[in-house]
Design a protein. Structure first.
Length: 67
């Protein structure tokens, strides 16, 4: 297997592995997979039933609501 290098830029992230840099980095180190069954809608009848959803993210915890 060929080894690849990954470059992570920036200090903020919201993704399927975590809602912060420390959470994401720990999940990467632990080998966590961000892909799981779709929960945001019923995927019955679709060709795909897996997705990399961002779970439990509440934007209001990080950003103010628009006026």
């Amino acid at each position: 297997m060929e080894k690849r290098r990954v470059l992570i830029t920036g200090m903020g992230t919201v993704n399927p592995l975590g809602h912060s840099l420390p959470q994401t980095w720990q999940a990467v180190r632990d080998g966590v997979c961000g892909i799981a069954p779709i929960t945001q809608f019923d995927p019955a009848g679709q060709k795909v039933s897996l997705a990399a959803e961002v779970k439990g993210f509440v934007p209001e915890n990080y950003l103010g609501k628009p006026e």
